[in-house]
Design a protein around this ligand. Sequence first.
Ligand code: C2E
Ligand code: CA
Ligand code: CA
Length: 764
Amino acid sequence: MALFKKNIWLIFYSLTLTAVILFLLLSYFKWQNISLKYQIAQENTVELIANATHSLFDTQERLMDVLGAAIAEDDRYVHHPSGIGKYARALLDNPDVLAFGVTTPEGVFLYGSSDSDPTRIPNLKNRPESYASFMDALSHKGMVFGRTYFTPELQKWAMPIRKTIRDTEGKPLFVMTTLLKLTSTFDRLISTVRYRQNLVVSVIRESDSYLQYRSQEHDEYNRTYQKPFPPETMERIWTTIFDTYGLNPQTLQNNELLVSFRYQDEHSRRYLSSLKYNAQYKLWIVAQTSFDVIVGEFMETLGLYAGVFLLFGTVFYLLFLFIAQAESKRRADLTYQATHDQLTDLPNRNYLQQTVSSNRIAKDAPPFTLLYIDMDHFKNINDSFGHHYGDRLLVAIANRLKTLLPSDAEIIRYGGDEFILFTQLSEKQAVLDFATHLIETLSKPYTIDTLRFTIGASVGIALYPQHGEDLDMLMRAADIALYASKKLKNSAHIFAETMQEGFLRNVHVEQELRKALDTHELFMVYQPQVDAQERLHGVEALVRWNNAHLGSVAPDLFIPLAEASGLMPNIGRFILESVCTQMHDMHQRLGYDFCVSINISVRQFTDPSFLRHLIETIEKTHIRSLSLTLEVTENLFIEDLHFLVPLLQEIKTMGIQISMDDFGTGYSSLSMLRKLPIDELKIDKSFIDEILKDDVSASTVRNIIAIAKNFGMRVVAEGVESQAQKELLSTLGCDLFQGYYFAKPLLKEELERFLQGKKPISEP
Ligand code: C2E
Ligand code: CA
Ligand code: CA
């Protein structure tokens, strides 16, 4: 079916071609059929006329023989010619006979049925139309035909037949002439023939080519009968027959053959002719039908066929057209669906790939600008208000973008809250102005139902062709510029080479990081955490990376890269396993347990297999889950809380503690803190750094500690570098301390040495 729809016109054209071929074949056979029909009818007519002519003349001849013998026996006929009348009566009773006469061998009438006084009838030898046949009759034994002529006496066209009656020595006694009614005899015959309207039957005398009879042109008797059939016409007929059958007139005469042939007269009129010779009476019987008649009938049928053909053709054509249109509409719909986003009805990523590369990017194409727009913190909306409002906000954003669009621009929804905008603007300041306008407009509040939403947008800009000669390069450049804008939020940046350098370095670091696990370049260090009396509470596990080319790479740099490139779950597993193994080992050797805090990044936490792996690792390494703390950052809570809270709760039921790292820098609210099952708050180092110099920092820290106590949480200060800091924090109520003042992050062996002589909190 699909194949059918794909090649629908090909199928239609082949069907049409087949139909045309069939139509032509059918027409050809129909033509054959019709001309054969005419030919057969015509041949039958010729045969009929030939036979009828023969029997007519034969009967007449016999009659005259009988009559002649009777008259000759009655030797008074010369002296009492009127006595002949009684013999003639039998003949004259025949309706075909017009008149009967007897003349002397000199042509003088002895008797004439048309006139009581035979002497008034002109001598046959004296009339040009009767002279030849009269002389013929004198010199022949058999019956001869006279030329068909008009008898003024009878006012009729007549065909004379003559016969000479001789004595025993063969000397002519008298000549008899019977005048046959021309029309009635033959016309009656012709009237029985089918298709006679179009048929012209001619009976031609072989001796002088005069027409004995012609079935048409009765009103033109003079023209028809008073001159011979043109010899050049006869010649033409013989040539045609010879060309068709290879027969000459002699053969036709001898064998009385019936032949049909196509013949063209001197006026280029074409006929289908049939012809036969009667040897006894030396007559050619010819029938012909004008080709126009045959063609006419053929055309009539053809017209009918063509009508049916056209009707079916049209119906088929309309049917195919309908299918083709439905199909192309279906395809257009599919293409539209595939290239457009259902939610906002904007062109989508597929559209971008399919059309932009082919339309905008070409040799000598005019410059244009690609704006990569990303809404800031869109996720919060989804998480806090649900996808329903998230979707509606996106539609509102898309609509606002559409209204902002200059006529030459094009907008595409690239992903969740990411849009790509193309504009012909290419001058940098103009582009930046446009982007600023865009951000301002997008940042204005949106009202959906009764709710008001305010959301920022960041824009990365790449210019064609400076920043990339294909779509991928442009997109990457815009993405790099967006990365710069995202750091500031609500801002726009045009791509610059310097951004590229940082980007490329990151790409290089990422490539090295992919190999780091296999080449054992990652390892753990541990930074002790102590209480106010500087007794050991536990350690924070921190990852380190020593790369052959890059040297030591700070986790601040590679952890976000690992997050972005999807390496984090693997690295996270390595960290968890290493820490648990090493710490359990150390607990065994020291003979007591201490706490270990492990940093868990957002991607690790949201990895579906995280919990299973955590349980497996605890079982495998036999570490006590009571001594484990997982440090999470506030960023985690930008993710879906509905999914996070149960997960945290499950972790807590295993006896593992949760610590909120870098508290105070992010966006988590106090109300949210209450919902979360958190055991510990870690005050960010940036506050500790300022605590002695800046009252605001000091009071922030005091507040944080108060809130934590209020929620029953433990407070840890990190980045403590001096005794003064420690003492102030201690006075403010901070429980635990971590920082260079006590110890830097230590290798496992160093930690073991550090712990020698230190007492754990749990020991008295
Ligand atoms: P963080 O979780 O806040 O880790 C504390 C950082 O402060 C560590 O830096 C530590 O070496 C540093 N630090 C501790 N005391 C002092 C001090 O007195 N003065 C100064 N200047 N710095 C101090 P580090 O190891 O470079 O780690 C940086 C960040 O990288 C960490 O911040 C954490 O977010 C991330 N990170 C480190 N290790 C891991 C890990 O194993 N897993 C995960 N997911 N993230 C890690
Ligand atoms: Ca930490
Ligand atoms: Ca921290």
